[in-house]
Design a protein around this ligand. Structure first.
Ligand code: FAD
Length: 374
């Protein structure tokens, strides 16, 4: 009997699995990738697109050639639920899909719960495709207005890049622009070294982006700060922490207190040995691991091996992250901030470095389609 493998979500990790399958197909397995669309927006390039340095097409990955090369069936559906005790996942309008092995890589959702009152003004970062549409609408609105007030909530890597990209683009329209970056209680760039934080503070000052301490909540006209002060807004980008999809709470998988799937070093669920999870949806129990694209990609390479080992019998590998990861954060104006452990530096050279890495990444997906059966 062929093994039934379900890959839920075309996140960074599953793209690595598809690349590995295109290079070396898996015999006696029927593999299905479930993703709401055949297109995936690559988050690493979204700030560069917002700033006007890329076309949207350059941020988009077409899954169809990749799944064909990998010998995988693509089901264009959102996963809406799962029952890990019954080995099945649910998608709207079709019978449950049963699996022998399941891998979860659906990422996270932007938590909008504190901002519902501000709904018409909101641009939640996830899902990225919707964010891209809303950004284009906001740009058209900003072009018509003489003054524009943008608040970016969330000052992790994503919020910082988005605020700087937005400021660059809005200023190029010629209208009066006020951009604020609102941190959570953890402050600016949590997890990065003091040098990166100080360099970024200088950058924000030079670019006249106000750094405001939160946490903030949404109101009908903008955001409310913990001091009681209200900041009126014409648009609010929400880059607040990602939360796992709500259907996970009914999945019967072992979850942490924030509803991430608890996994071991091999990325296997603690409660169900035939379920893997990688990326923003999971939390390692053996060690803390930041939710980032870097770990989703590197974890995906190990996942590709472990899924093969699961289906064919073989030893699993642990994902051993490097002690430090390099982050290249775009500053919106074709410069970037390089942050590596305690060290940080910024300049055009860092942007060119980031571009080379992103180009290589996108090219590796195209190369995989040529290497495979597609
Ligand atoms: C603007 C921005 C910039 C960033 N910059 C960096 C950076 O420089 N470095 C870095 O390391 N990280 C960065 N990040 C963080 C990084 O993007 C995430 O940590 C990373 O994308 C998580 O990868 P993932 O594989 O878990 O999921 P994702 O990449 O989020 O992919 C999830 C996939 O699942 C699909 N999906 C969602 N819901 C469902 C469902 N119900 N059913 C089926 N499929 C579903 C989605 O369509 C998507 O294809 C950035 C994030 C943003 C938003």
């Amino acid at each position: 009997m062929a093994q039934r493998i379900v890959l839920a979500g075309a996140g960074h990790a599953h793209l690595e699995v598809l690349k590995a399958l295109a290079e070396r197909p898996l015999a006696d397995a029927h593999i299905v990738l479930i993703n709401p669309s055949r297109y995936v927006t690559y988050s690493g390039r979204v700030p560069g697109w917002m700033a006007g340095h890329y076309d949207l097409a350059q941020c988009r990955i077409d899954l169809l050639p990749l799944v064909r090369a990998a010998g995988v069936e693509l089901l264009e559906q959102p996963v809406a639920g799962m029952d890990a005790d019954r080995d099945c996942v649910a998608c709207p309008g079709i019978p449950p899909i049963e699996y022998d092995w399941l891998s979860l890589n659906v990422g996270g959702e932007t938590d909008v719960s504190w901002f519902e009152a501000a709904e018409p003004l909101l641009l939640p970062v996830r899902p990225l495709a919707e964010f891209a549409e809303r950004w284009q609408t906001l740009l058209a609105q900003a072009e018509r207005e003489r003054a524009f007030r943008l608040r970016v909530v969330g000052a992790g890597a994503a919020g910082v890049e988005l605020a700087l990209a937005a400021q660059h683009r809005l200023c190029s329209l010629g209208s009066g622009v006020a951009v604020s970056l609102i941190t959570s209680a953890q402050g600016l760039l949590p997890g990065h070294g003091g040098m990166a934080v100080r360099a970024l503070e200088r950058e924000l000052r030079a670019r006249k982006i106000a750094l405001v301490r939160g946490p903030a909540a949404g109101t009908e006209s903008g955001v409310l700060l913990p001091t009681g002060e209200s900041l009126p807004a014409d648009g609010i980008i929400l880059a607040t922490g990602r939360r796992p999809p709500c259907w996970l709470s009914l999945s019967r998988l072992a979850l942490d207190e924030e509803d991430h799937v608890q996994v071991d070093a091999q990325q296997r669920s603690l409660s169900h040995a035939n379920v893997f999870a990688v990326g923003d949806i999971c939390q390692r129990v053996d060690r803390p691991l930041a939710h980032s694209g870097v770990h989703a990609v590197m974890g995906g390479k190990v996942l590709a091996h472990n899924l093969r080992a699961a289906a064919q019998g073989g030893a699993y590998r642990p994902y051993r992250p490097k002690p430090r990861s390099l982050y290249l954060l775009g500053l919106g104006d074709q410069r970037a901030l390089a942050s590596w452990g305690p060290l940080a530096a910024r300049g055009r050279w860092a942007w060119r470095w980031k571009q080379r890495i992103d180009e290589r990444y996108m090219a590796s997906l195209t190369f995989a389609t040529k290497a495979g059966r597609g």
